[in-house]
Design a protein around this ligand. Structure first.
Ligand SMILES: NC(=O)c1ccc[n+]([C@@H]2O[C@H](COP(=O)([O-])OP(=O)(O)OC[C@H]3O[C@@H](n4cnc5c(N)ncnc54)[C@H](OP(=O)(O)O)[C@@H]3O)[C@@H](O)[C@H]2O)c1
Length: 336
């Protein structure tokens, strides 16, 4: 089978199409014929050696894929041959609290990535995908959608509340979609006016261009009658957190997710204290959250926003496209 590997040196240019033996099933395992994968910002960091510079070579990158179960091992009962499934991001976080061991079971930052024609996974590590979704759409769910679901819905968003989402990448667009499902009002920032026009078509109440309006936190407070939003979906990291803290109301919540502007910087903790802000770190989510989300996605026939689909052979170009930041929503790769 064909796989993409980083063999001995990090870098998008070092992503190499290689032949490897097709995996076979063991006890409790399934083989998935991967039909589509989607990219996350993390995959870019992994491939460039910025996520974990000590990753052992060679490795197959990418965490998110969807496809068909083509073989099952002994004692497999959760899925059967022919089922359409997606892998879950952390293979052993099935329910309950995250633990160190579960966090280490994430796909795509070691050998078991999805950028391959076939993968073998434990039966526990997959979920059935909503019927109305294409493989590409379903491949967008394991990381970005579950993260947004966790950040928005599992933290208790209520109808009528207001949400600020930063940027128009994969996580933020899902956050917009889930917040709207919950009956909340969404303000979204972007560095691009065309993207802001698009998110308004998707249902955002207001858009702010953070390149033009550098004090966007002030604008967020103006748009919320001076009080600030109930929830910030914070994907920016150190560079945006001080403004996110100023954008949220007293007693509001910040779901802390991303590192787009870096992971170190100065943050004054006093505002969290005096505004009684609840800052919660979000690390994707469990299989249980994935399955709850899928029920909502199916019920509302929600469609992930797929910006562009690349052919398998152009995986490197897909990563370059993500690096350029031109996308809105998700970037996928089709694996026929
Ligand atoms: N904790 C977790 O479990 C988890 C899970 C998934 C992702 N993440 C993290 O969340 C972040 C987003 O991931 P993603 O996959 O959604 O990325 P993505 O699809 O590549 O989205 C990136 C987008 O963010 C926007 N952006 C960039 N710099 C910004 C800034 N200074 N202020 C506001 N927006 C900015 C840009 O949108 P515009 O072009 O519209 O400006 C850009 O297109 C990454 O740091 C990723 O590592 C964490």
């Amino acid at each position: 089978m064909r796989v993409f590997e980083i063999k001995e040196e990090f870098g998008i240019d070092n992503l190499t199409l290689t032949e490897r033996p097709r995996p076979s099933v063991g006890h409790g395992q399934i083989v998935m014929k991967v039909r589509a994968v989607s990219l996350n910002y993390r995959d870019l960091l992994v491939v460039k050696g910025l996520y974990n510079p000590k990753l052992p070579f060679p490795f197959i990158p990418l965490s998110d894929g969807a496809g068909d179960v083509i073989a099952v091992g002994d004692n497999v009962s959760r899925v059967k041959v022919g089922d359409r499934v997606a892998g879950i991001f952390m293979q052993t976080w099935l329910a309950g609290e995250l633990t160190e061991a579960k966090a280490k079971s994430a796909l795509g930052a070691g050998k078991r990535g999805m950028l391959a024609e076939y993968v073998v996974l434990d039966e526990d590590g997959v979920v059935n995908i909503p019927e109305h979704l294409s493989y590409e759409e379903a491949a967008t769910l394991p990381c970005a959608a579950v993260t947004a679901w966790h950040a928005v819905i599992e933290t208790g968003l209520k109808p009528g509340e207001s949400v600020l989402a930063l940027g128009t990448g994969g996580v933020s667009i899902f956050a917009l979609q889930f917040a709207m499902l919950a009956g909340a009002r969404v303000i979204i920032t972007s560095g691009n006016d065309e993207k802001l026009a698009r998110v308004k078509q998707l249902g955002a109440a207001d858009g702010i261009n953070y390149r033009v309006v550098s004090d966007w936190d002030k604008r967020v407070r103006e748009l919320t009658g001076g009080t600030g939003v109930d929830l910030v979906v914070e994907v920016g990291g150190a560079g945006t957190l001080p403004q996110s803290l100023r954008s949220v109301r007293i007693g509001g919540r910040i779901s802390l997710i991303g590192v787009l502007t870096g992971s170190t910087g100065e943050v004054n903790p006093l505002s969290m204290v005096v505004k009684k802000i609840c800052v919660q770190g979000i690390f994707v989510g469990s299989r249980e959250m994935f399955e709850s989300m899928n029920r909502a996605v199916s019920l509302h026939r929600l469609r992930p926003v797929v910006d562009r689909i690349f052919p398998f052979e152009e995986a490197g170009e897909a990563l370059r496209y993500m690096e350029s930041g031109r996308h809105l929503g998700k970037i996928c790769i089709k694996i026929a």
